[in-house]
Design a protein around this ligand. Structure first.
Ligand code: HEC
Ligand code: HEC
Length: 310
C-alpha cells in the first residue's frame, strides 16, 4: 500500500516537475497506419465469422462490435450457449493496436497473441481445440483460396496474423480533442478545455497518457482506498508477486463516452461516477461537481471517427 502510494506520487511529481510539457503527453491518433490490405480483408472475415464458435452464434464482433466502438456495452459479454463471459468487462478493440500489451492483466504481448485466446475459451467461442479452428477454416473454399494466396498455409499463426492486420484498421482519428491538439482552438468546448486542464493538474495524466491516454503502463487500482471488488487480483494472477495485487493495465480513454460500463469488472455505469471514483481511489481527493462535469466534457471530446474501409 505505502509503496503504491509512493509510486503514484512519484509518477505525479515526475510529470508536474520535469520539463516535459504536459500538453505533449497526449498525442493524436494518426489518420491511418500501415497495414496489408489483403490480410486485413481476410482478417475481417474471420473477425465477423460466427461459424468459428461451438454454437455457430458467436464471433469476435459479438463482443467487440465494430458498429459500436468495438464493444457491446454489457457488464459481461455473452459467449456460446448464453454463458456470461466473467470476470472481465470486454475492452474495446478500437485503437487496441496502440496498447503496449493486451488484456486487462497484460497477458498477451500483442494483437496476434491475443487473438489466439477467444476461439477455444469456453466462455467465448468455445471450440474444442485449435485443430478444430483450423479444420473449420479449411472446409471453407473461400478461406482456403485466400490463405493459399496470401500465406500458403492455414495455421494459427497465419489466422491470428490476419486478424491482427484487420485490427490495425480499427483506429479512430480526428476526435475533437485531437483537432484541438493540432491547433483548432474551436474544436472543443470551454468546459472540455477546463476539463483537460483539470485532467493534467489533478494528475490523471500521470497514468492516462500517450496516444490512447492509457495503454502505456500498469498501475494499481485502489491506491488510496482499497478497490471494493477484490475478486480478480489483476497482474497478481499472472506473476504471483505480492506487489502486483490489483494491478491492471491503465486502460485507454479513447472513445470512453461510448464504451460504458467501466472498469475491469464493468461495475461503474456512468462516466460521471467513474471520474469521481478515480479521483478518490487513485488520487485520494474529492473533486467538486463542476470539475467532474468539466473532465467528463473533456472525456467526451475523445470520441473519434472510425472509417470502415472494406
Ligand atoms: C464472448 C465475448 C468475447 C468474444 C467472442 C471475444 N472477446 Fe475479445 N475480449 C473479451 C473480454 C471479456 C476481454 C477481456 C479479457 C481479459 O482482459 O482477460 C477481451 C479482450 C480482448 C482484447 C484486448 C483489448 C485490450 O485493450 O486489452 C482484444 C484485442 C480482443 N479481445 C479481441 C478479440 C478477437 C480478435 C476476438 C475473436 C477472435 C475476440 N476478442 C472474441 C470478450 C470477447
Ligand atoms: C495511478 C494511476 C491512475 C490515475 C492517477 C488515474 N487513473 Fe484512471 N485508471 C487507472 C487504472 C489502473 C484503471 C483501470 C482500473 C480497473 O479497471 O480496475 C483506470 C480506469 C479509468 C477509467 C475507466 C476506463 C474503462 O475503460 O473502464 C476512466 C474513465 C479513468 N480511469 C479516468 C481517470 C481520470 C479522469 C483520472 C483523474 C481524475 C484518472 N483516471 C486517474 C489508473 C489511473
Amino acid at each position: 500500500m505505502k509503496r503504491a502510494i509512493l509510486l503514484a506520487l512519484s509518477a505525479l511529481t515526475i510529470c508536474s516537475a520535469n520539463s516535459i510539457d504536459q500538453n505533449q503527453m497526449a498525442t493524436p491518433i494518426p489518420d491511418s497506419i500501415a497495414y496489408d490490405k489483403e490480410k486485413a480483408i481476410l482478417g475481417k472475415k474471420l473477425y465477423m465469422d460466427t461459424s468459428l464458435s461451438a454454437d455457430g452464434k458467436v464471433s469476435c464482433n459479438t463482443c467487440h462490435d465494430i458498429k459500436s466502438f468495438g464493444v457491446d456495452n454489457q457488464v459481461f459479454s455473452t459467449g456460446i450457449h448464453g454463458v456470461l463471459d466473467k470476470p472481465f468487462n470486454s475492452p474495446t478493440t478500437f485503437n487496441a493496436v496502440f496498447n503496449f500489451v493486451q488484456f486487462w492483466n497484460g497477458r498477451a504481448k500483442d494483437l496476434a497473441d491475443q487473438a489466439r485466446g477467444p476461439f477455444t475459451n469456453p466462455n467465448e467461442m468455445g471450440l474444442r481445440d485449435e485443430a478444430e479452428v483450423i479444420k473449420i477454416i479449411e472446409q471453407n473454399p473461400d478461406y482456403k483460396a485466400r490463405f493459399n494466396d496470401i500465406y500458403g498455409e492455414i495455421n494459427m499463426e497465419n489466422i491470428t496474423d490476419a486478424i491482427a492486420e484487420f485490427e490495425k484498421t480499427l483506429i479512430t482519428p480526428n476526435s475533437p480533442f485531437d483537432r484541438y491538439q493540432k491547433g483548432d482552438q474551436n474544436a472543443i468546448s470551454d468546459a472540455a478545455k477546463r476539463g483537460w486542464n483539470a485532467f493534467k493538474n489533478n494528475g490523471c495524466i500521470a497514468c492516462h497518457q500517450g496516444q490512447n491516454l492509457g495503454g502505456t503502463m500498469y498501475q494499481k487500482i485502489g491506491i488510496f482506498e482499497p478497490y471494493p471488488n477484490q475478486e480478480n487480483l489483476g497482474r497478481y494472477e499472472i506473476t504471483k508477486q505480492e506487489t502486483d495485487k490489483m494491478v491492471f493495465k491503465v486502460p485507454s480513454l479513447r472513445n470512453i463516452a461510448k464504451t460504458a460500463p467501466y472498469y475491469h469488472d464493468g461495475s461503474v455505469p456512468t462516466l460521471d461516477a467513474c471520474v469521481q471514483f478515480m479521483a478518490y481511489y487513485q488520487l485520494g481527493r474529492f473533486l467538486d461537481q463542476q470539475t467532474v462535469d468539466d473532465i467528463v466534457a473533456f472525456l467526451e471530446s475523445l470520441t473519434g471517427e472510425y472509417n470502415e474501409q472494406f
